[in-house]
Design a protein around this ligand. Structure first.
Ligand code: AKG
Ligand code: FE2
Length: 367
């Protein structure tokens, strides 16, 4: 393959730069405190950790964690099983292809902002059998059960996925609690929103690309959920847009670490105290890359709005409330096919205040 399908080609302003900026990257946070019985109930040590998390969420929206308590063997096992799956012939992988009926399974033609991504993926739900709205039409009240589909080969994939999901979910709750505390809220302030969570896990495979200067593994985007807990192999590619100057910064792979980013929902809950940062994935012509994001998502019926304790007359709500399940269905629709319009974003719910009489303005009406 010398030339690539024009569907993959990014507009000039979105193509990756050939110089990599890695220095002064995203904060690195050691979570060993949480797993050490001697220090886990030391309030001063915990306050220090909470402050680090708060600073990282405010200044970057991204951070890396080490000593997080998830056994490295689980990730290695899943990376191997995932590689064995992606190595199968396309006809075999397509036996578990995602389609209009089932949004889970294998997929190789995803688009981000209308440009095709240089990748193939395998998606599954952390909790099998949860429900979500059947369509993105607000008037449609039908629901759909989300059922994982598993390939016959490799036979280890299912168990590796399920075991990994259970463990990363525990880490996600710990991070959510630290984030809640960092906003001055009780640790479990957000937990109730996750009773019937629709968290999903994705195995990403980015094959080598003959023209990495023209395409992206994943185009620039913000994650729509609450938190993303991402594992990557030793091939770099993830780039985060630095808030301070808009520069794209490459995230250096650190063995056995996770990369955490706050998603749009935490941005809204925090009333813009924290920001969901834009990121993208750059590919290369030599080495394939694997990554595994865990998208920690609340129950589909969650009404997302700034948390009451964080708003007051001086600092009023910056977002109009929206229905999370509907938001996600509408967003996913834009990933399936090339649409002419921008897909749904939280800025469509942003309230702009004019003058001291607080006249409100919001561009989108969902409910
Ligand atoms: O592969 C990566 O490093 C990140 C992938 C990503 O941002 C996503 O799937 O939302
Ligand atoms: Fe992402």
């Amino acid at each position: 393959m010398g030339e690539i399908d024009p569907a993959f080609i990014q507009a000039i302003e979105h193509r990756p730069k050939q110089t990599i900026v890695e220095a002064g990257g995203i904060p690195l946070i050691d979570l060993s405190l949480l797993n050490d019985p001697d220090t886990s109930d030391d309030p001063r040590a915990l306050a220090g950790l909470v402050a680090q998390i708060g600073d990282a969420c405010k200044n970057w929206g991204f951070f890396q964690v080490i000593n997080h308590g998830v056994s490295p063997g689980l990730l290695r096992g899943l990376l191997t099983a995932g590689k064995n799956f992606f190595d199968l012939p396309l006809e075999e992988k397509r036996k578990v292809r995602r389609d209009e009926e089932n949004p889970l399974g294998y997929y190789d033609t995803e688009h981000t902002k209308n440009v095709r991504d240089w990748k193939e993926v395998f998606d599954f739900m952390a909790d099998n059998g949860t429900v979500k709205p059947a369509s993105y039409e607000p008037a449609d009240q039908e629901h759909q059960k989300l059922i994982n589909q598993w390939p016959e080969y490799p036979p280890q994939l299912r168990e590796a996925c399920e075991e990994y999901g259970r463990n990363v979910e525990k880490l996600s709750y710990k991070l959510l609690e630290l984030i809640s505390m960092s906003l001055g809220l009780p640790a479990k302030r957000f937990n109730g929103f996750f009773k019937e969570q629709i968290s999903s896990i994705r195995l990403n495979h980015y094959p080598p690309c003959p023209t990495p200067e023209l395409a992206l593994g994943v185009g620039r985007h913000k994650d729509p959920g609450a938190l993303t807990v991402l594992a990557q192999d030793d091939v770099s590619g993830l780039e985060v847009k630095r808030k301070a100057d808009g520069e794209w910064i490459r995230v250096k792979p650190i063995p056995d670490s996770y990369i955490i980013n706050v998603g749009d929902i935490v941005q809204v809950w925090s009333n813009d105290n924290y920001e969901s940062a834009e990121h993208r994935v750059v590919v290369n012509s030599e080495r394939e890359r694997f990554s595994i994001p865990f998208f920690f998502n609340p129950s589909y019926y969650t009404i997302v709005k700034p948390i009451e304790e964080l708003i007051n007359d001086e600092n009023p709500a910056k977002y109009k409330e929206y229905n999370w399940g509907m938001f996600l269905s509408m967003r996913k629709n834009g990933n399936f096919k090339k649409l002419e319009v921008e897909n749904l974003q939280i800025h469509h719910f942003k309230i702009t205040y004019y003058g001291r009489f607080h006249l409100k303005y919001c561009t989108y009406n969902m409910m």
